[in-house]
Write a protein that binds this ligand. Structure first.
Ligand SMILES: C[S@@+](CC[C@H](N)C(=O)[O-])C[C@H]1O[C@@H](n2cnc3c(N)ncnc32)[C@H](O)[C@@H]1O
Length: 970
């Protein structure tokens, strides 16, 4: 099978590939050319649920309610008149609907003249039907008014809300198999198919630009940086994903305290919530926090309801949403779900054990510890919900198997001893006795049975079977006497599984090989159960609260397609590492060429002891023995056939973002004093946010005035004064004088509030600053694109003015959140990762090209990460970190200037790759893996673009990237 060959390139490392198609998203770097911009989408709530419509004498509710009643009455009156005229002039409708049918006159007329309402007469029935529909709608809304609802500050005003409609750009392409291939010395090359390993269709730029979202590419799983609401809106608008998602798993922050919601460091799981040092400083996160928690619980409810509404749009008719929550807000969130999904679509609340008793007091140590969390589960449509029962192994003595106290051993039956219970003896069969009689019985089930010298007769009703069936039970040795009753013998192994109910006690310990990396990580088993109950292989699963990627990890394990979203870089860095380095079992596919959507293979299998170990298990019951029928079979969805000897790794996945990383400069000119348009500065954010943008520019200027010290490389500082907006500027944001510096002023350009500075911004600002004879250009922002950074560094030679990139610390966004923020030294200069690109020898394990081969002259390179300047916003100091003191760094050996292909991924001084290393023992030398836990790459050959890119992830999840031409190699 062709596909089998492709998905199992190496016999030991294989992956699942999904064959479904998906609209092609453009690569990052093509944003300025992206033409399919769309206005913000307005989402509306059902106004009949508006909290303004309360039934009390004080507010508008009564008035509105009365208007609705009047409307209803008018429609009904109209309807009656119309009906009366259409049916017969002599027809006298009775006052209430339906009553006329009972009257003799009505009956006679209805027979002669079919009612248009009934649709029998054809034609003429449209108007009454419409009127009736309107009447019923008014009635429905009235009824909704009479129901109690949850109200909170701001709800009444939010009958609708706008969400920016932003495209998603692919920033990174990741493939564990591609990494494994580059470790073998394979070049990222079209012939060798490495692009195929990344599932990169290699669309030319003009296609990406002109026809973004028009092509259909092969599906790849997706990790998206951005606010879940913006991302879901994008999926709905640009990809028409509405109605296609089978499951949404949402694990929002439980509480409303700022500090308790985030993990600010990649490598520090224990967060002290009161510690200023432990606060997150990611601009996106701070903004999300401000939007979400400003009014405490009130904004929390607004935040959740909006996201639930969009989740509902995404769900397929048979889909489900699971919302994980603690007891603190359980009741509120349930109200929200009732409101958005409808109370009738509620499925059982799932209760799962999160800790054992110790260590999780409920806040007061004199009250019981809280050991459980909850999952609120709603179907999109309860009538159509996809649900598959899951089973857990039946363990004697535990829930569902507490009655199996008797044992049958050496042909004898007796109570089991404590020792036997603790250590079941070989050949022993535990059993329980069960009722043989039924309340309802007929003559065929009422008869005398003689057994072991005693006579038995069913007291009430009859036996559960007839005479013949009873003889079969006797022959199968299923009869047993307890006192004066004849009972049925039910063996523990008649069905070795128990039904999983809504209470999950076995969820405390996370699976082996899946350790906790994130402070609020959900145990995989919890997500796994939800997924197995409600989805099939190949289905789409969305998690708008990715965290460390548990849903993605579980979905990958079970061959589901996944999309996961987080607004924070720290969890995404963790999730990326978790997926990239994970190993999974290979479950046999029914149709390998069709991918997981064809389903897994399940078989009936027993081990040497005769125990059922396959995924299809017979369910022996009294009725099957009595009726001499083969027992029905249950499919244990979590037990597909495993192929031994294959290590499965994650399939290719991409990292995307909504964050407008680059600005279309023509549309988003930086603000200027001369600008006639109020709030023009807003465009700098790329989202047309009106006032806010001006506020951002004002804030930046204000802070620049208050903290006029810029920290430059080499511990130098520059103090500026007289900060002001330049007159008549096209692209500059500010000008200032340098204290004790040149006579001429220096110019400033500010990058966007929510994205990275683009090359174009630097170019335009530098041109203007040169023309206006400024002494220097400072390019200030929270992040900068690699090409923009390169232009800053070569600005003097290229454009004629020296320029410096100045990193604004995200503390700027924190304001009052960071109480002891020192307002000085807000701006620093952030160094780039320091890397060395060297020529290297061909690795020993790589086979040299055949003499006369067309492979060309080999040239091997290696990259070493020497270090990184890290700015600490708390101490306000720049700290130089050695290369091995970063959580992760990534290498693209043939950077195309657009998306980053992760050809090698390094997690220095960690055991991140150990599970794969163990699984692939023998395939690679240990030295190869040592590279991936260090600072020097595995030697590689350059690709067609002649440049490599190195991306370093710092402890706060920030990504810093450098690009080097291979010509620079020493
Ligand atoms: C409780 S954690 C989820 C943990 C996850 N279940 C796991 O197993 O790791 C909630 C996550 O939601 C993210 N988050 C909060 N608000 C968000 C938003 N508006 N959009 C996207 N992600 C958000 C947070 O950054 C955090 O990582």
């Amino acid at each position: 099978m062709a596909r089998a060959k492709k998905t199992r390139l190496s016999p030991q490392a294989a992956e699942y590939r999904h064959q479904e198609k998906t609209p092609a998203r453009p690569d990052v770097g093509t944003q300025p050319q992206f033409k399919k911009r769309a206005p913000p989408k307005t989402w509306r709530y059902d106004s009949s649920l508006s909290p303004a419509l309360e039934w009390d004498g004080q507010n508008a509710a009564r008035e509105q309610g009365e208007a609705l009643i009047a409307e209803l009455e008018a429609r009904v009156r109209e309807l009656r008149t119309t009906l009366a005229q259409q049916i017969s002039p002599s027809f006298q409708p009775s006052p209430a609907r339906g009553e006329g049918k009972k009257g003799k006159t009505g009956e006679a007329h209805e027979k002669k003249t079919p009612s248009p309402l009934m649709g029998e007469g054809g034609g003429g029935g449209e108007e009454p039907r419409r009127l009736l529909d309107e009447a019923e709608e008014a009635l429905r809304r009235l009824k909704a008014l009479s129901k109690p609802f949850l109200n909170w500050a701001g709800k009444a005003e939010r009958l609708s809300f706008d969400v920016p409609t932003l495209p998603l750009f692919i920033h990174e392409r990741l493939s564990t198999r591609a990494i494994l291939e580059t470790l073998k010395g394979h070049k990222q090359d079209k012939q060798l198919g490495l692009f195929d390993l990344f599932a990169d269709p290699q669309r030319p730029i003009h296609e990406q630009v002109l026809r973004a979202y028009e092509y259909q590419d092969q599906w790849v799983n997706r990790m998206i940086l951005g606010d879940s609401m913006v991302v879901m809106n994008s999926l709905l608008h640009y990809e028409s994903l509405g109605g296609q998602v089978q499951m949404v798993y949402m694990d929002p922050p439980y509480g409303v305290k700022f500090g308790s919601n985030f993990q600010p460091f990649v490598r520090k799981r224990d967060v002290s919530h009161n510690d200023d040092d432990d606060m997150t400083r990611e601009p996106e996160m701070v903004q999300a926090y401000r939007d979400t928690w400003e009014l405490g619980l009130h904004s929390y409810l607004t935040y959740l309801r909006d996201r639930l509404l969009l989740s509902r749009e995404l769900l397929a008719p048979s889909g489900s949403i699971f919302v994980q929550i603690s007891d603190e807000n359980l009741h509120h969130v349930r109200e929200l779900l009732d409101e958005v999904f409808g109370a009738t679509n509620a499925c059982p609340i799932l209760i799962f054990q999160k800790t054992t008793g110790a260590g999780s007091p409920s806040g007061r140590t004199d009250l019981p510890p809280v050991t459980t969390d909850f999952i609120l589960w709603y179907a999109k449509d309860i009538e159509r919900v996809r649900y598959k029962q899951v089973f857990a192994p039946k363990v004697r003595g535990e829930a569902g198997a507490t009655q199996y106290d008797l044992i049958e051993i050496d042909g004898k039956r007796r109570p089991s001893t404590a020792a036997e219970k603790a250590n079941p003896p070989y050949g022993g069969r535990f059993f329980a006795h069960d009722n043989l009689t039924s309340q309802t019985g007929g003559p065929t089930t009422q008869f005398e049975v003689e057994f072991e010298g005693k006579r038995f007769y069913p007291r009430k009703g009859g036996w559960k079977t007839n005479h013949e069936g009873m003889e079969r039970l006797r022959a199968a040795n299923r009869l047993f006497v307890v006192g004066e009753s004849l009972r049925y013998v039910r063996y523990l192994d008649d069905f070795p599984c128990s039904v999983v109910t809504n209470k999950w006690d076995d969820t405390v310990i996370s699976g082996f090989g899946d350790p906790k990396v994130y402070v609020v990580q959900t145990t995989s088993k919890v997500v796994e159960r939800c997924l197995l109950m409600t989805t099939q292989p190949g289905d789409i699963v969305v998690d708008p609260t990715c965290g460390s990627g548990t849903t993605a990890y579980v979905a990958e394990q079970w061959g589901r397609r996944w999309i996961t979203v987080d607004t924070s870089r720290v969890p995404l860095a963790l999730a990326r590492q978790r997926l990239l380095t994970a190993t999974f079992l290979w479950y046999e596919l029914k149709d390998e060429s069709g991918g997981p959507a064809g389903g897994f293979v399940y078989k009936h299998r027993q081990n040497e002891k005769g125990e059922e170990v396959g995924g299809i298990v017979p369910h022996i019951m009294l009725s099957t023995i009595a009726n001499n029928e083969p027992p029905p079979e249950e499919v244990l969805v979590d037990r597909p056939e495993e192929a031994k000897g294959i290590t499965r790794v994650s399939g290719p996945f991409v990292v995307e973002a909504t964050i407008p990383t680059a600005m279309d400069f023509e549309e988003a000119a930086p603000p200027s004093r001369s600008s006639p348009v109020k709030g023009e500065g807003a465009k700098i954010r790329g989202e047309g946010a009106g006032e806010e943008g001006t506020n951002f520019l004002d804030r930046m200027l204000e802070v620049l005035r208050k903290s006029p010290v810029l920290r430059l490389e080499g511990n130098r500082t520059v103090t500026i004064e007289n900060v002001r907006r330049p007159a008549k500027t096209l692209s500059l944001s500010a000008e200032a004088m340098v204290a004790n510096g040149a006579e001429k002023p220096v110019a400033f350009v500010f990058g966007p509030e929510n994205g990275a500075i683009a090359e174009r911004l630097v170019y335009e600002a530098a041109k203007e600053a040169t023309a206006k004879n400024y002494a220097h250009l400072y390019v200030v922002g929270f992040a900068i694109q690699p090409t923009a950074r390169q232009l800053v560094d070569s600005c003097e030679a290229a454009i004629g003015i020296s320029a410096t990139y100045v990193q604004a610390t995200p503390d700027l966004m924190m304001g009052d959140l960071l109480k002891n923020m020192r307002s000085s030294q807000i701006f620093s200069v952030c160094g780039l990762p320091e890397v060395a690109l060297r020529k290297a020898n061909r690795p020993a394990h790589v086979v040299p090209p055949q003499p006369g081969s067309t492979a060309g002259k080999e040239a091997w390179y290696e990259i070493e990460l020497l270090g990184l300047d890290v700015f600490d916003p708390v101490t306000m100091e720049v700290d130089h970190r050695k290369g091995d003191d970063v959580p992760a760094w990534l290498l693209d050996t043939d950077y195309n200037g657009l998306s980053f292909h992760v050809c090698q991924a390094f997690f220095p001084r960690t055991a991140a790759w150990d599970s794969l290393k163990r699984a692939l023992k023998g395939e690679y030398e240990d030295a190869v893996w040592e590279h991936l836990a260090g600072t020097t790459s595995v030697p590689f050959e350059a690709g067609e673009h002649g440049q490599v890119a190195v991306k370093v992830i710092d402890d706060r999840g920030n990504e810093l990237m450098v690009v080097k031409s291979v010509k620079e190699a020493k």
